[in-house]
Design a protein around this ligand. Sequence first.
Ligand SMILES: Cc1cc2nc3c(=O)[nH]c(=O)nc-3n(C[C@H](O)[C@H](O)[C@H](O)COP(=O)(O)OP(=O)(O)OC[C@H]3O[C@@H](n4cnc5c(N)ncnc54)[C@H](O)[C@@H]3O)c2cc1C
Length: 409
Amino acid sequence: MTQTPNTPEFEYAIIGKGLLGAAAARHLSQQSDSVALIGPDEPKTWQTHKGVFASHYDEARIVSQSAPDSEWQTLDRASIVQYPVIEAQSGIRFSTPSGRLTALPKGEDIFYPYVASNAPNCLSSVNHAPFSFPDNYDVVFEKAPSGYLNPRQMVLAQTTCAELQGTAVIAQQVSRIELEQSLAKISLTNGELIYSKKVLLATGAFTNFFDLLPRQLALKPETITTVLAEVSEETAVHFKNMPPLNYMNPDGPLIHLSILPPIRYPNGRYYIKLFTFSDAERPLTKLDELTNWFKKERPFPYLDLAKEIMQALMPTIDFLSWEVKPCIVTYTPTWKPMIDCVVNGRVYVAVGGNGGSAHPSDAIGKLAADLMIHNEWRSHLEHKNFQAQYADDWSDWMSELTSVWMNLD
Ligand SMILES: Cc1cc2nc3c(=O)[nH]c(=O)nc-3n(C[C@H](O)[C@H](O)[C@H](O)COP(=O)(O)OP(=O)(O)OC[C@H]3O[C@@H](n4cnc5c(N)ncnc54)[C@H](O)[C@@H]3O)c2cc1C
């Protein structure tokens, strides 16, 4: 098909309006007035939705500065300092710098996904209400700006900044990318076409399931279940300053638990959210498995155990109801996002959040934007740690369940 005079043409097109794509759009549009950010909005009704979903369809993600390695720490800290800038430019508040608690049995240090001893500005003695921890536990409080953020609002804020800087935001799904002479032809599912000189895929869990790449990436989407424990408005107000908690329960099978404070959800009710990794999860290898995971309700075999742990940790809280919600984590074999060029000077990727890329998303987006603009890696972080990995080089790893890694010796 030849390009018609009315077909939009851009210097940079970002596919995927999630945390990484929206961040990249903000950074690219600071340098270029020809940027498109293409990706659907969240569906109103998940059950009947026919397209892709996202890992940011939620109200809270933990923000920490104490990642297990220096690369993640660098990304986390570089992102966190940008939050006030993004909030001021967009007028949208998404972060709550409440601090963050870690509670783990004495003598333990490594605590997925954060390391207690890496946390700056730590206090070991704070008012832990509403938590009641076992006597043999160490409790570490990491001060602000750690805390939590609202991922939906963060995407909106980044998108708003990008739009204010001239980005065209196109709420469509992409079905295909074809490389023509000097332009990439991007086919939208509504039948329209967009052309762009350079393309960034920030398509999260769905990256390998459309005709977007010449070679499949070593990205492994796995199910993850969140538990929403409803509390009254009165309880939510009373504990509004509660920090998020990372809690280690070595007795298993739910070893590493993340608990978010009471937050008002779009249905008007207040929930304390828990998410954890367990052998109840599984890798998803087909498009319909991914979409069905979001659409169909399934029982969570550890719900009773999760209730027990929550009630023991917060004995004064009266939980009103319990619900489980699906989400997806996209792993890479290197435990780092892939930020790379996959077709020389034309197609780039920023994918593979590994369950922790909400709070460092702005810095990941910036690395991708810089790579596209300069066509070279511009960071003191080593690029080899973020290079694209391919599915056919990692076939054994692709079929293993990563979510239970922390249960293994
Ligand atoms: C339960 C849970 C808890 C988490 N907790 C934390 C936490 O506490 N702290 C933290 O930092 N991180 C956390 N994360 C991880 C974080 O949410 C992800 O790392 C982050 O959402 C990844 O961003 P992304 O942009 O790669 O993917 P997404 O946010 O999923 O965005 C990808 C976007 O691509 C779009 N897309 C896909 N295919 C196409 C296509 N063909 N055409 C157009 N658009 C397309 C989708 O619509 C989507 O909007 C958690 C994740 C989960 C699931």
